[in-house]
Design a protein around this ligand. Structure first.
Ligand SMILES: [Zn+2]
Length: 240
């Protein structure tokens, strides 16, 4: 872990998290509903870049500090791990998109297309830049292949068990497949396995706390993102 890069990641994560508060607040609406355009408490219209509080009533837009702290922790871990490598920007970008996706999925059980479908080409471009910088095309081809395979696996799972996984999960799988594939097939497998284990444990915990039922749906995105993060961080450590 490169401490200087980790601290840079933490600082940039705090700023990024605060900047993301407005967009996340807008998008934290159930599927099919229009974006939120006003403060929940006082109905004051949101500004184009609303900041972190409502201008009229001063109420926090979303849960205070969650986005800032989570983004800071994720970017500290990611930049500490990838530091000055050519792929650091791509993984930092994934972290900065992954946190809002997880927060929105927890709030309203949805992974907005506007985030996933924008992030897939953006991440691919950043990885293509890293491939050019390091003069290696192999990882990029593997990335695209893994994105396809991971998304296809989720599509299959969604078809076998309708209602458990949604379209948003399939698009998230494509995004994470591209990222983990860059690091290798074992990293993709590890990320998927950890994601499903975390999802299983998380589901049981929610059942135990009576926050869901056997038939209830839980947001799977945060577990998948968590699994991918752990696999990414562990990817540089040699397996004995
Ligand atoms: Zn307000």
């Amino acid at each position: 872990m490169n401490m200087v890069w980790a601290m840079t990641g933490a600082a940039s994560g705090l700023v990024t998290g605060a900047a993301l508060r407005g967009p996340v607040y807008r998008l934290s609406v159930p599927t099919g509903s229009p974006d939120r355009s006003a403060c929940e408490r006082c109905s004051a219209p949101l500004r184009r870049w609303p900041g972190i509080c409502c201008r009229r009533c001063g109420g926090s837009l979303g849960t205070p500090a969650v986005l800032e702290v989570t983004t800071a922790v994720v970017l500290a871990l990611v930049l500490g791990r990838f530091a000055d490598q050519p792929d650091a920007a791509a993984f930092a970008f994934l972290g900065a998109v992954g946190v809002p996706l997880a927060v929105i999925d927890v709030a309203v059980q949805r992974l907005p297309d506007r985030l996933t479908l924008t992030a897939i080409p953006a991440l691919t471009l950043l990885l293509a830049g890293a491939a050019i910088t390091s003069s290696k095309t192999g990882p990029l081809i593997r990335s695209l292949l893994c994105g396809l395979v991971f998304a296809a696996t989720f599509l299959l799972l969604a078809l076998i068990r309708p209602g458990q996984l949604g379209g948003g999960d399939i698009k998230l799988a494509a995004l994470l497949g591209v990222a983990l594939g860059w690091l290798g097939w074992p990293t993709l497998l590890a990320g998927a396995a950890i994601g499903f284990i975390l999802g299983g444990v998380g589901g049981l915990a929610l059942l135990a706390m009576r926050r869901t039922t056997m038939q209830g749906q839980i947001a799977f995105g945060p577990f998948l993102l968590g699994g991918a993060l752990i696999a990414m961080l562990a990817s540089g450590i040699p397996v004995k």
